[in-house]
Design a protein around this ligand. Structure first.
Ligand SMILES: Nc1ncnc2c1ncn2[C@@H]1O[C@H](COP(=O)(O)OP(=O)(O)OP(=O)(O)O)[C@@H](O)[C@H]1O
Length: 518
């Protein structure tokens, strides 16, 4: 009996072992097949991704790819020695060129090399992280987040996180183009759905901090492309020269765009003295350099003033600044009473021109008989706020009429004020173009340049006291706040200008030079 049971159990165990062996073999071949399939799939996927990456590089970085192909071809056909000799020779030429003519080198070669390098080393690598940190990415909540972080090393972990961001439903604006100028980098990015250019305006300061620069300008290039301009170097840090006085022969002056100074891009800053945008309000704290915004265009227009094509009137409540070049001003007033008289005089001229030209022309043609009447109103707040009520109201009314009707009739008003509140300058809105120099408070920026100016980069309250004449312009014809610095006009130049426009052209500077020489 026992033997029979033992035989039965033994047979059962044998069967079970046989079945297990069969199963094991079957499972092993299944696992083998799966592993082979997984390996093949992984290899195929890697090849596909590599081809995709290569195609992307060829399209987006075609210059680099072409250079690499050219270098490889050279190496292949002519050997590494000739390649090394050519590269070293080119590098030496670049160094010598840079030493001899830094401007020419930068224009023709340096800026391309710098843009290429910055794209690879800075913007291509870091911009996605900056944009993400500044809240300029869009998360699509509908796409499941699948984050895999590899903790083997910091570098690997960083790569894993970046990869996770791309695959986890966070859309990052794409880098479109990098250009580099002498002082600015222009980095264009394509917005992703859900973003608007204003989002970048709001993040401008954060972006500046991320790039470790003092200023970022956001410009709208297309509905879905913005340019982030990073200022690497401040071109306005040193005083800007005003134009020199012309010779005795009458020189042509474009009164619609006279030189006033330099923009932050290193281009000339031009202001209209007539036509659209000629009524200018310049606001700035004491010592901000308002007078250079006044004198610099006058120096540029000297020839037109001298020939009688421009007639300048001056209101000088302090009795100091304009008095220094008193002879330049055909009409001049210091007190409230004198100012009223001067403004009435200009109103009469305005009415006279209306009678003369109404129905014949839409714009008065400027001539010696009907010159451009240019009113320089220094410290406009002193007379529109701090005089007696009757005088104040009359002055405000006259300025408002000149501002609203003057453009077509050849009358332009340029006002200067320390405190740009509505109480001080009730006609503030009637000035078609405004310049905000250094002001003491952030709220003043909006008062001068309009709502949103500060947010869009007009940081006039942060202009240092060591940079008088520097400010921002925005409004009519200027899409983004533009930082400018007026040309510096010395006392000698004011005197020379006065002499030039009053005595038939004798150049006072000669006299100054003689004096200096003595
Ligand atoms: N564009 C400029 N570049 C360099 N220095 C300047 C410039 N403009 C003005 N300055 C210097 O800054 C100082 C103040 O200039 P300015 O008198 O024009 O200031 P302001 O705004 O008119 O002040 P206030 O309202 O008190 O008269 C002056 O000493 C002048 O030399």
């Amino acid at each position: 009996m026992n033997a029979a049971v033992l035989i039965a159990v033994g047979a059962g165990v044998a069967v079970v072992l046989w079945v297990l062996a069969k199963l094991g073999r079957a499972l092993a071949s299944i696992v083998e097949t799966l592993a082979a399939l997984a390996f093949l799939g992984f290899a195929f996927w890697t090849v596909l991704r590599s081809v995709g990456w290569l195609a992307r590089q060829i399209v987006t970085r075609w210059r680099t790819c072409l250079t690499l192909v050219a270098l490889a071809a050279w190496w292949r056909w002519w050997g590494w020695l000739s390649l090394a000799v050519v590269v070293v020779t080119l590098a030496l030429i670049a160094v010598v060129w840079h030493q001899l003519d830094v401007v020419g080198f930068d224009r023709w070669c340096g800026r391309w090399l710098r843009a290429w390098w910055l794209r690879w080393a800075v913007y291509g690598r870091k911009l996605p992280d900056w944009l993400h940190a500044c809240g300029l990415t869009v998360r699509d909540e509908a796409i499941p987040v699948d984050v895999t972080v590899n903790l083997v090393s910091r570098r690997r972990k960083r790569q894993a996180i970046t990869q996770a961001r791309q695959t986890s439903g966070v859309a990052v604006p794409a880098l479109v183009r990098v250009r580099s100028g002498a002082s600015w980098d222009e980095v264009r990015v394509r917005l992703v759905p859900g973003q608007k250019p204003e989002d970048f305006d709001d993040a401008a300061r954060a972006l500046a901090t991320a790039r470790k620069v003092s200023r970022v300008q956001v410009r709208e290039i297309a509905p879905d492309v913005v340019s982030l301009d990073f200022m690497r170097r401040d071109l306005l840090i040193t005083p800007v020269k005003s134009e020199s006085l012309p010779g005795l022969e009458p020189a042509r002056v474009n009164l619609c765009a006279v030189y006033a100074g330099t923009t932050e891009y290193g281009t000339p800053w031009r202001l209209p003295l007539t036509g659209a945008g000629a009524h200018i309000l310049v606001a700035g704290a004491s010592g901000a350099g308002k007078n250079s915004v006044m004198w610099s265009p006058l120096v540029s227009a000297a020839s037109a003033i001298r020939s009688g094509l421009v007639r300048v009137s001056g209101v000088d409540p302090k009795g100091m600044e304009l008095a220094y070049g008193r002879g330049i001003f055909a009409r001049y007033a210091v007190s409230g009473k004198d100012t009223l008289e001067l403004l009435e005089n200009l109103r009469d001229e305005l009415e006279h021109r209306k009678r003369m030209f109404a129905g014949n022309t839409r714009d008065v043609p400027l001539s010696q008989e009907f010159p451009l009447e240019l009113l320089e109103f220094d410290e406009i707040g002193a007379l529109t706020r701090y005089t007696d009520r009757k005088t104040r109201e009359a002055i405000v009314e006259h300025v408002a009429v000149l501002n609203t009707q003057g453009r077509a009739l050849g009358v332009s008003v340029r006002g200067y004020v320390q405190e740009p509140t509505k109480d001080t300058v009730p006609v503030r809105e009637l000035f078609t173009r405004r310049v905000c120099l250094r002001v003491t408070s952030k709220t003043h920026v909006g008062m001068v340049l309009g709502d949103g100016a500060y947010e869009r980069g007009a940081w006039a309250n942060r202009i240092p006291e060591t940079m008088p004449g520097t400010g921002y312009v925005w409004g009519e014809g200027i899409r983004e706040p533009l930082r400018v610095r007026a040309g510096w006009v010395s006392d000698d130049t004011v005197k020379a200008l006065e002499h030039y426009v009053t005595n038939g052209g004798t150049h006072h500077l000669d006299h100054c030079e003689e004096r200096r020489a003595a």
